[in-house]
Write a protein that binds this ligand. Sequence first.
Ligand code: FES
Length: 198
Amino acid sequence: MKAGDELYSAVGPLGHATEIKNYGKVIVVGGGVGIAEIFPVAKALKNAGNHVTAIIASRTKELLILEHELKTFSNECLVMTDDGSHGRKGFVTDTLKELLEKSKYDLVYAVGPIPMMKAVSVVTKPFGVFTLVSLNALMVDGTGMCGCCRVSVGKEMKFSCVDGPEFDASLVDWQELSDRNCIYSDKEKHICRLNGMR
Ligand code: FES
């Protein structure tokens, strides 16, 4: 949006707040705009006495956000880009796996694109570290009525908007979530084309 544009409406806060307590050693992982979501969580976890390691990543340097802020509110902040234009080249899972091999952690908290969160879940599972993800399922009403944000978690049906958005990553049906999030992609592309957007 441009300065001066208006939103039609906004609703929130929705769902459950992140449970902030002293877990011990925590890794927060943020990919793309997910970095904006992990920032207040990292800050609150640090203030609650946790040792916080942040791993943040974007496709390229220009797309990386809140690096300074996360460096300020974490014990260590590891930066990665897909193309190596800033920080280490590679994916968050490379660094995450190395950290888990070196030390014991009590919580991994990840927000980013679905493939990234799924990959984080695959990496943390063998280490048995509790992993929370904040799901970005498609939402319409945001109040538990439309069913658009339905996800399967541990074979139970949940609504991301009222039951989440955070869930135990090891229990999420990632394939179903990916499939459901693509349902309107043709229409989204069509609307973008009509509006001259990429
Ligand atoms: S967005 Fe409608 S039920 Fe969650």
